[in-house]
Design a protein around this ligand. Structure first.
Ligand SMILES: NC(=O)C1=CN([C@@H]2O[C@H](COP(=O)(O)OP(=O)(O)OC[C@H]3O[C@@H](n4cnc5c(N)ncnc54)[C@H](OP(=O)(O)O)[C@@H]3O)[C@@H](O)[C@H]2O)C=CC1
Ligand SMILES: Nc1c(N[C@@H]2O[C@H](COP(=O)(O)O)[C@@H](O)[C@H]2O)[nH]c(=O)[nH]c1=O
Length: 561
C-alpha cells in the first residue's frame, strides 16, 4: 500500500466502516458493507447496504459518483460477497473505471473469502487489503472494519452468534433490590440505548426468573424497524400464563426448555403463537448452537446472574455492556449481575479487552470484549492464486443442500436476495421474489387498504420489510387476503421463481450445479415452504426449485439434441 495514500486510505476506510453501520436497527442484522469512492480527499460517491436482499453498496456508490469514479479509489469495509455468482458489485466497480480498490476485511465466510478480491485483480484492478496492514498505520481503520462486522466474524470463526451480555447495576453492584424489584436501576437515556441495542440483535435472551419477576416486553419501542425474537430460557416452565411475552402480535417469542417439561403448558403457549423448543439439556451453549443453526448473527443476553454465570462459564459471551447507575441499594441477598463462577482468587477474574467508558445521562456505560474479535487466519493473497476458490465446486458435495439465509453458500435460492423480477407480459418490476409473493396475497381485492398494502409492499426497501407488511396485514385482516390464496400461492411462487431464474444466468448455473441433490429450505418456523425446525415441514420452496431445475435440465437436453 503506497505510504503517500495512507492518510486518505485510513480516513476513507473509517468513513466506510461508519457508513456500513447505517442500517442497524432498521433491518435484521446482516453483513454490514459500505462503499466510499474518493479522489484524494474528496468523496464522490458513498452508500451502504440497507438490508439483506437490497441493492449492494458498490452499485449505489458508483451511480452516485457517475463519471467522477474514473481513476478514483473505491473503499470497501468488507469484501463483496452478497451476489452469489452474479458479481454485480465487481462488474459495477469495473464499469465505473475506478483505478484502485481498498478492502478493509476479507470476507470471513469461506464460500466468499478472497473470491471478489481475486476477481477484481483478475480484471486488472489493483486491490489493497487493509487486513494485511491492520497493526500499523491502519490500526484504527482496521479496528473499525472489524467492529462493524464483529457478529459476522464471530459467527464465521467460532460457529456461534455474537453474544453481548448487558445489565444495569447500582454503584454497589446490584441489579435489583433484595425483593427482586428492578425498575429501574438505570436512567431513561440508558434504557433508550438498550432499545437501540435490541434493534441490532436477532434475539434477546432472558431466564425464567427475570420473566417471573419483571414480566418484561423486550421490544425496541420503535414503530416499523427490525424486531428481535424474544427468547425465554426456562427448565421448569413454571411460568405464568399471563405475560407480555406471550402476546406475539408484534414480536415473536420462543420458549426454550427441557424436554418433557409441562407439556400441557407448552400446548397453551403454542396455541397463543409462541414457539416452544425442547432441549435434552438446556444449556447456554446448546441454545447458542441452536441460534447459530437458525442463522442468527447477534444475540443480546438480558438475564440476571443465575443465567449469566453459566453463559460466561461456557465461554459463549463475547462482549459485556454494563450500565452503572450512581445509586446504592444495599442488601446482602440483592441479585448481582453474575452468579457463581467458582473462582477463588482475583487472578482468575475475567479481564475485558478494548474497554470503553461513556457517560449516558447520569449513568456510566462500561463495555469491553471477553475475547478479541477474530481475525481471518489466511491473508487475502493466499487465495489469489487458488483456483478452487473461484470454482463453484468449493460448495459441499453432499446430496442434501440446505439453504436459509442469503449469506449461506446457496443463499441465492432464498426469496430474500436482491434479484428483481418481471413477470411475463407485465411491465412491473418487483425488487425481489418476496416483494412479489407478499403483494399477490392482496391482489384483486377491491379494498382501499388491500390496494395500499400492495403499494407499500412494492415500495418496501427490503424483502424483510415486504414480508413484515404482508404477513402482518394477512394476520390482522384475513378478510383482505384474496379468497383463492391458499389454492393459488404455489402457482404465484412458481411463476416468481421462473422469472428469477430465467433472468439471471448465474443463478440458473448455480441451480443446475446442484443436480442430483435434494434442496431443502431449512427455515425452522416455516412448515409449508420450509422444513420446519424438526424437519417435518413440507419444504415446498425446495420442491419448486427442484422442479424448476428438472425443467431447465430437460430444456437444455432438448436444445442439445
Ligand atoms: N438490572 C438488570 O439489568 C437486570 C435485572 N434483573 C433482575 O434480576 C432478577 C432475576 O435474576 P436471576 O434470578 O439471576 O434470573 P435469570 O434471569 O438469570 O434466570 C434464571 C433462570 O433461568 C432459567 N435457566 C434456564 N437454563 C438455565 C441454566 N442452564 N442455568 C441457569 N438458569 C437457567 C431458569 O429458569 P426456570 O427456573 O424457569 O427453570 C433459572 O431459574 C430479577 O429481580 C430481575 O428483576 C434481570 C435482568 C437484568
Ligand atoms: N432493570 C433494568 C433492566 N432490566 C432488563 O430489562 C427488562 C425489561 O425490559 P422491558 O420490559 O422491555 O422494559 C428486564 O426484564 C431485564 O431484562 N434493564 C435496564 O437497562 N435497566 C434497568 O434498570
Amino acid at each position: 500500500m503506497a505510504p503517500s495514500n495512507a492518510g486518505f486510505d485510513s480516513f476513507h476506510m473509517l468513513r466506510a466502516a461508519e457508513l456500513a453501520d447505517g442500517s442497524a436497527g432498521h433491518t435484521a442484522p446482516h453483513p454490514n458493507s459500505a462503499c466510499v469512492i474518493a479522489r484524494s480527499e474528496k468523496v464522490v460517491g458513498e452508500a451502504f447496504l440497507y438490508g439483506q436482499g437490497t441493492r449492494c453498496a458498490e452499485i449505489q456508490a458508483v451511480e452516485m459518483a457517475g463519471e467522477l469514479s474514473r481513476g478514483a479509489t473505491a473503499y470497501l469495509n468488507l469484501e463483496p460477497g452478497d451476489c452469489h455468482g452474479d458479481d454485480t458489485a465487481i462488474k459495477a466497480l469495473k464499469q465505473s473505471g475506478v483505478a484502485r480498490v481498498v478492502v478493509g476485511l476479507q470476507h470471513p465466510l469461506k464460500h466468499h473469502s478472497g473470491k471478489a478480491i481475486a476477481a477484481l485483480r483478475g480484471l486488472g484492478i489493483p486491490v489493497d487489503v487493509l487486513e494485511k496492514h491492520g497493526d500499523g498505520t491502519f490500526k484504527e481503520a482496521f479496528r473499525a472494519c472489524q467492529e462493524v462486522n464483529a457478529p459476522l466474524l464471530y459467527r464465521a470463526t467460532h460457529g456461534v452468534p455474537f453474544s453481548i451480555l448487558k445489565y444495569a447495576m447500582t454503584l454497589d453492584g446490584k441489579i435489583a433490590a433484595s425483593t427482586g424489584h428492578a425498575s429501574w436501576v438505570s436512567s431513561k437515556m440508558s434504557r433508550q440505548r438498550v432499545f437501540e441495542t435490541r434493534g441490532r440483535s436477532d434475539a434477546i435472551i432472558v431466564g425464567g426468573n427475570t420473566v417471573r419477576r419483571d414480566n418484561p416486553r423486550l421490544t425496541t419501542r420503535q414503530e416499523g424497524g427490525h424486531l428481535p425474537v424474544r427468547v425465554v430460557m426456562s427448565r421448569t416452565l413454571n411460568l405464568p400464563l399471563e405475560l407480555h411475552l406471550w402476546d406475539v402480535s408484534n414480536a415473536h417469542t420462543i420458549v426454550m426448555t427441557q424436554r418433557g417439561a409441562r407439556r400441557e403448558f407448552q400446548r397453551e403457549l403454542v396455541a397463543r403463537g409462541v414457539e416452544v423448543v425442547e432441549f435434552d439439556f438446556l444449556t447456554p451453549k446448546a441454545v447458542m448452537d441452536y441460534c447459530y443453526e437458525r442463522g442468527f448473527l447477534s444475540v443480546l443476553w438480558e438475564c440476571g446472574g443465575a443465567l449469566s454465570a453459566p453463559a460466561l462459564a461456557a465461554g459463549i459471551i463475547h462482549k459485556v455492556i454494563a450500565f452503572v447507575a450512581p445509586k446504592i441499594i444495599g442488601g446482602v441477598t440483592a441479585p448481582t449481575p453474575v452468579g457463581e463462577l467458582g473462582m477463588v482468587e482475583m487472578t482468575q477474574a475475567l479481564n475485558l479487552l478494548d474497554v470503553t467508558f461513556e457517560q449516558v445521562g447520569p449513568d456510566m456505560l462500561v463495555s469491553g470484549y471477553l475475547k478479541p474479535i477474530p481475525r481471518m487466519k489466511s491473508p487475502a493473497s493466499a487465495y489469489a492464486d487458488d483456483p478452487s476458490i473461484a470454482d463453484a465446486g468449493i460448495f459441499s458435495s453432499s446430496t442434501v443442500i440446505y439453504f436459509y439465509k442469503s449469506w449461506d453458500p446457496y443463499g441465492a435460492f432464498t426469496n430474500f436476495t436482491a434479484h428483481s423480477i418481471k413477470l411475463p407480459g407485465s411491465s412491473e418490476t418487483w425488487k425481489s421474489v418476496e416483494h412479489y409473493y407478499q403483494a399477490q396475497k392482496f391482489s384483486g381485492v377491491e379494498d382501499e387498504l388491500a390496494m395500499q398494502a400492495i403499494e407499500n409492499i412494492r415500495n418496501a426497501e427490503s424483502p424483510e420489510e415486504a414480508a413484515r407488511i404482508g404477513r402482518r396485514l394477512a394476520r390482522e385482516r384475513p378478510d383482505l387476503v384474496r379468497p383463492d390464496w391458499e389454492n393459488s400461492k404455489m402457482d404465484v411462487m412458481e411463476e416468481a421463481l421462473v422469472a428469477k431464474f430465467s433472468s439471471y444466468p448465474q443463478l440458473r448455473s448455480l441451480l443446475l450445479s446442484t443436480a442430483g441433490c435434494v434442496l431443502i429450505e431449512s427455515s425452522p418456523h416455516d412448515y409449508f415452504w420450509g422444513s420446519g425446525k424438526d424437519g417435518t415441514g413440507q419444504n415446498q420452496l425446495g420442491r419448486l426449485l427442484m422442479k424448476l431445475r428438472a425443467t431447465i435440465l430437460t430444456e437444455n437436453q432438448h436444445q442439445l439434441s
